[in-house]
Design a binder for this molecule. Structure first.
Ligand code: 13P
Length: 264
């Protein structure tokens, strides 16, 4: 293993919480987790676009980083309804989630548009959290690893090694996400993280292994620590089970404990 790094824990709030609710949630989460050294934990929350100004105002981003759920690849233009990277930067947002499976499934995000968005995010000095994951059908057909390899290679096409510290990857198998999702078994997640790590090493022999890979998909209070024990898992990207501050705080503490023990 390389140099010790903090456990990454974060939540995508999807289309939940108004600005006021986001503020309350963040205030509670910041207070509850204030004593955890940020050398051990890096915490991030990704609210809706309309909650971003309130979120940025509410938190100390050294304690909780604020991210956006998407971005467009142009800085400006006749693109009704889109949000540009400049607009995010202007708000003080430095992290952008890209290619979530819900965006790929319902809003036409593709490997190629994700690639353009990665370029836009990097161009403006922000961090990209790139979501990849195979569908149930791809898994059944035995092409899950090929799918992951393609998603990672296309998303990172043209990204120089020097920009790698602006990249996080989230492995989120599509069949594991949301109400109907079944969480991946921790060893399976570990194996797929290994596949992603291998592609990263092929693309970037010197620094590819250092890119953090987070697991997401029906992570909950009972299974979170099982993922943290896996050597290839660098963090967790949580939906539903993180949307109540006290419960997320509890999950963070349980996970961090196992994470530290496993890496002693
Ligand atoms: P759930 O934890 O609700 O399955 O959502 C995960 C997710 O989509 C994170 O981006």
């Amino acid at each position: 293993m390389g140099k010790p790094r903090p456990l990454l824990m974060g939540s995508n709030l999807k289309m939940y919480k108004t600005a006021g609710q986001t503020r309350e949630y963040l205030a509670a989460l910041q207070e509850l987790t204030a004593d955890i050294p940020r050398t051990e934990l890096q915490l991030f929350i990704i609210p809706s676009f309309t909650s971003l100004p309130a979120a940025v105002e509410q938190v100390d981003q050294d304690l909780i980083r604020i991210g956006a759920q998407n971005v467009f690849w142009e800085d400006q233009g006749a693109w009704t309804g889109e949000i540009s990277p400049l607009m995010l930067k202007d708000l003080g947002v430095g992290l952008v989630e890209l290619g979530h499976s819900e965006r790929r499934e319902h809003f036409g995000d593709t490997d190629l548009t994700v690639q353009r968005k990665v370029q836009a995010v990097l161009r403006h000095g922000m961090h990209a959290l790139i979501c990849v994951g195979e569908t149930a059908q791809e898994k059944e057909l035995g092409v899950g690893t090929e799918r992951l390899r393609a998603q990672v290679k296309i998303a990172l096409h043209g990204v120089p090694e020097g920009a790698l510290d602006q990249i996080w990857i989230a492995y989120e198998p599509v069949w594991a996400i949301g109400e109907k999702g079944v969480p991946a078994e921790a060893p399976y997640a570990n194996e797929m993280h290994g596949v992603i790590r291998q592609v990263l090493k092929e693309l970037y022999p010197n620094r590819g292994a250092d890119v953090p890979i987070l697991y997401g998909g029906s992570v909950n209070l009972d299974n979170a620590d099982s993922f943290a024990a896996q050597p290839e898992v660098d963090g967790l990207f949580v939906g539903r089970s993180a949307w109540e501050a006290a419960r997320f705080n509890e999950m963070i503490r349980r996970t961090l404990k196992v994470w530290k023990e496993a890496r002693r």
